[in-house]
Design a protein around this ligand. Structure first.
Ligand code: PLP
Length: 415
């Protein structure tokens, strides 16, 4: 009895599986609009000027000697100082009295932070989770594989007919279902900090206040997924508003608030896997509680990949600890956002769709077409233009050399 024979072929990854298909496509005009990677006007994934400057600075130091030893399990000390200062000092803006406890870990980008969070929560606190409908395809995968096997719930997020958010329905879903549960197990909830993936639409600040109040009132555990910080407004500090809102007036999250943050998109460090997990606990938590949390997360990390990679964190350290480079980084993020806006505007000009007005509220890397899987398939079959199955289109894959071709194809399949 050979058990290897019983293994079934897994479905290809909903996003990265498409890039594999794209790479095999022989059509010269093919366009990959699947993955959320920022490409410049020439279709290249170029290094941000701030990162290039940091690399040059680090290059000079490298003539002395690079220390290529392992980083500690939780990441390097300098990275802790720099990123914590950035997130919990600079990004707090007017929230001067932030004095909660923060357990901080350098992680394998945002995905790593979410996976560790899932393992930790499912082992020690809760196995119930709410994701928005829609959400990033990998959320389900991560939570399913890390302890939330049978208890993934979905809250209403988006109204397919109107193209608008469904905040009232969202809060109703939570109120009805979470308060009905008398098991005393708190429910976790994933909140996209900004640039909601895939719809590109976020609640207004007023709506966020209502949402966060409700999440708090229902004793839920917020997991803030901040993968696109800066790509909404062009300002990285401004875009941390959901985090600020959750921590306003030193609000306490008794089972912790979990911030999963990534430098993949906003520093263009995709492949270097740099991000962080912060677990924010009420300020009065005993040191022994924090020590227990830290030690358990360390065990989880050690069993998964032992310790994070070093290079990307050195780039982040160099940028965040140098005012000139940090300014340059802020400028770089702004330039990315300006280009994304200009592509969005060009699409609006060329596509003559009645309901484009709603799409005008979208922001960030993606354009949510509301195409059916059949239409998405037509784009692939007839034009070799690749979108994710839910109709999400990654805007920066469009440039002057393919804009007309893409618009013509979009118009054709929308008929
Ligand atoms: N969360 C969302 C919503 C995303 O879209 C992504 C990446 O596409 C991530 C998290 C994690 O990205 P990374 O692991 O590259 O930081």
């Amino acid at each position: 009895n050979n058990l290897l024979n019983t293994i079934q072929v897994a479905k290809p990854d909903k996003i990265l599986g498409l890039t594999e298909k794209f790479n095999q496509d022989k059509n010269q005009k093919k366009v990959n609009l699947t993955v959320g990677i920022y490409k410049d006007a020439w279709g290249k994934v170029s290094t941000l000027p701030s990162v290039a400057l940091a690399q040059r600075q680090m290059g000079t130091l490298s003539t002395l000697n690079w220390n290529l030893s392992y980083l500690p399990i939780v990441g390097c000390e300098k990275y802790h100082q720099n990123v914590k200062n950035f997130l919990f000092n600079e990004c707090m803006k007017d929230l001067k009295h932030f004095n909660n406890g923060v357990s901080f870990f350098q992680t394998l980008s945002g995905t790593g932070a979410i996976a560790i969070t899932a393992r930790f929560l499912s082992k020690f606190i809760s196995n119930k989770i709410w994701l928005p409908n829609y959400s990033w395809a990998n959320h389900i995968n991560i939570f399913e594989k890390n302890g939330f096997h049978n208890s993934i719930n979905y809250y209403s997020y988006y109204n397919d007919t109107t193209g608008k958010l469904a905040v009232d329905k969202w809060l109703n879903d939570l109120r009805i279902n979470v308060s009905k549960d008398k098991s005393n197990v708190p429910h976790c909830i994933v909140l996209h900090a900004c640039c909601h993936n895939p719809t590109g639409i976020d609640p207004t600040k007023e709506e966020w206040t209502k949402i966060i109040d409700t999440v708090h009132e229902l004793n839920m555990i917020p997991i803030i997924d901040m993968a696109y910080q800066g790509l909404e407004s062009g300002d990285v500090v401004e875009d941390a508003y959901v985090l600020r809102s959750c921590l306003q007036d030193n609000r306490k999250w008794h089972n912790g608030l979990y911030l999963c943050q990534s430098f993949a998109k906003n520093m263009g460090l995709y492949g270097e896997r740099v991000g962080s997990l912060s677990i924010i606990t009420p300020y009065e938590s005993l040191p022994s509680v924090r020590l227990a949390i830290d030690s358990q997360i360390k065990k989880i990390i050690r069993s998964m990949y032992s310790s994070p990679p070093g290079y990307g964190s050195r780039i982040v350290n160099t940028i965040l600890s140098d005012e000139k480079l940090k300014k340059q980084w802020f400028k770089d993020v702004n330039s990315m956002v300006n280009r994304l806006h200009s592509i969005r505007n060009k699409l609006f000009e060329q596509l003559h769709w009645d309901d484009l007005v709603e799409f005008g509220q979208q922001h960030g890397m993606f354009y949510f077409t509301r195409f059916t899987p059949k239409q998405v398939n037509q784009l692939k079959q007839n034009y070799s233009i690749y979108l994710t199955e839910d109709g999400r289109l990654s805007l920066s894959g469009i440039n002057d050399s393919n804009l007309d071709y893409v618009c013509e194809a979009l118009m054709d399949v929308s008929k």
